[in-house]
Design a protein around this ligand. Structure first.
Ligand code: HAM
Length: 425
């Protein structure tokens, strides 16, 4: 039977059993932030379009080509958020969070929207876990942010990924570098569209994947070679703190991020098993962003980690995540009289932390056991007239076939033996 409707193009959907892996990955990526002083921020999924135009930058592909923008009923231009940093900044300024202790440390998770050409790992609705630390320029904070992303990936058992790092310079040294690069690009043989991009944001041309362009860029000036003394010192300190924290990184002086707000530290995590869409996470420092949105001139640093792509990376490496089964035990009532007692016992088990379900429509023990197996339960709990009369339940281990009886009055005592434990399975 085919339904009349399909999900929108380019939107991944996660349902059991894969959705358990999705939640596991999302939580694992968020866990390092939660134990490092970052508080959760829940942001609107849509914002005023101008926030992204001004914050993310009109020369970026994300803003110029990929935004889902529409006019709402009040004639306002609204955009589905393509990323999280601009929204966090807007919220921090609007609610004066930066007037409290600094840095303001926030993390978020959720869906973002980019009208990209869909392919494996490139979606129009993508999921990120992100964080932002606002109001400190300490290079050790850059290292902390990068290390927390790395910890998230490592905690999943991922190994085939690489952390690429560079510095893009600041408001002092970057304009000088940009002019140098612009002058260099004028000497190259570029098509009209690329020349236009070079005029708008010459750094973006460094990122051009085309062979013919890359060949001409071999001798192009690079940002790291034109940093001012402050940026050089800042970058050196970020690198040495990462070494101190035992985070492996490689320098990529040609790294250009897709969003315009970055200054100084920029980084990307790429995975070798994902083909063209290899970026599993990225971020960096942004000096002028808050000021450009009308707030104080506070610097910040953060990252966005792709949950969809990280899940693909986990699959590519053949990692078995220690995911709890949906159900530990399935209750089977083999008589009409025992049904109410069974419902109550199952409810108590659930309250005691056991994952428990009921074989509702199974009219015989055989059908009930089949249901329990189909649901992937480890145990069946059987209650019939005999057990009811004696105040007992029968617990059948579905792996070994072994069956024991427990007293109805002592559920607290035996319930823990029905709980799934990551190590024991
Ligand atoms: P971004 O590099 O644009 O950065 O996105 C972060 C991550 O989101 C990427 O590395 C990738 O894993 C995932 N991602 C992006 N686009 C797609 C897509 N179309 N399909 C699937 N996954 C995707 C940002 O968004 C910045 N806000 C990160 C940041 C926070 N920088 C500073 N603070």
């Amino acid at each position: 039977m085919s339904s009349d409707f399909r999900a929108p193009k380019g939107v991944p959907e996660y349902f059991p059993p894969v959705s358990a892996g999705f939640l596991y990955v999302r939580d694992a990526l968020a866990a390092p932030a939660q134990r490092s002083g970052y508080g959760y921020i829940e942001l609107p999924v849509f914002e005023e379009t101008a926030l992204f135009e001004r914050g993310v930058g009109e020369s970026s592909d994300v803003v110029s080509k990929e935004m889902y923008t529409f006019t709402d009923r009040g004639d306002r231009s609204i955009t589905l958020r393509p990323e999280g940093t601009a929204g966090v900044m807007r919220a921090v300024v609007e609610h004066g969070l930066h007037r409290g202790p600094l840095p303001v440390k926030l993390w978020y998770a959720g869906a973002f929207f980019r009208a990209e050409r869909p392919q494996r790992g490139r979606y129009r609705q993508l999921q990120q876990v992100g964080l932002e630390a606002i109001g400190s320029t300490a290079p050790a904070l850059d290292a902390e942010v990068i290390a927390l992303a790395n910890e998230g990936f490592a905690s999943l058992g991922l190994r085939s990924y690489e952390l690429q790092l560079t510095s893009l310079g600041c408001a002092q040294c970057r304009p000088i570098y940009r002019e140098l690069l612009r002058a260099f690009l004028l000497t190259c043989d570029l098509d009209e569209a690329t020349r236009l991009r070079a005029g708008l944001n010459p750094l973006r041309v460094l990122d051009d994947k085309r062979e013919a362009v890359q060949r001409q860029l071999v001798t192009a000036p690079l940002p790291v070679d034109h940093l001012c003394a402050d940026c050089t010192e800042h970058f050196a300190s970020v690198c040495s703190t990462l070494d101190l924290l035992n985070v492996t990184w490689v320098a990529n002086p040609r790294l250009v991020r897709g969003l315009d707000y970055y200054t100084r530290t920029a980084f990307e995590f790429t995975h070798r098993g994902l083909g063209a869409q290899s970026g599993i996470g990225g971020g960096g420092r942004y000096d002028g962003l808050m000021a450009s949105l009308g707030g104080s001139d506070l610097s910040g640093i953060g990252f966005g980690l792709g949950v969809d792509r990280t899940l693909l990376a986990v699959e590519a490496e053949g990692i078995n995540l220690p995911i709890a089964p949906t159900i530990d035990v399935v209750g089977i009532a083999t008589s009409v009289l025992s049904q109410d007692a069974l419902i109550l016992i199952i409810q108590r088990l659930r309250h005691l932390g056991v994952r428990a379900d009921i074989a509702y429509d199974s009219r015989s023990l055989k059908a009930g056991l089949k249901t329990a197996n189909r649901l992937g339960a480890r145990w069946a709990m059987i209650l019939g007239d005999d057990e009811l009369a004696e105040g007992l339940v029968a617990i059948k281990d579905l792996r070994t076939g072994e069956q024991v009886h427990h007293s109805n009055d002592a559920i607290e005592r035996w319930a823990p033996s029905l709980q799934w434990r990551a190590q024991s399975s």
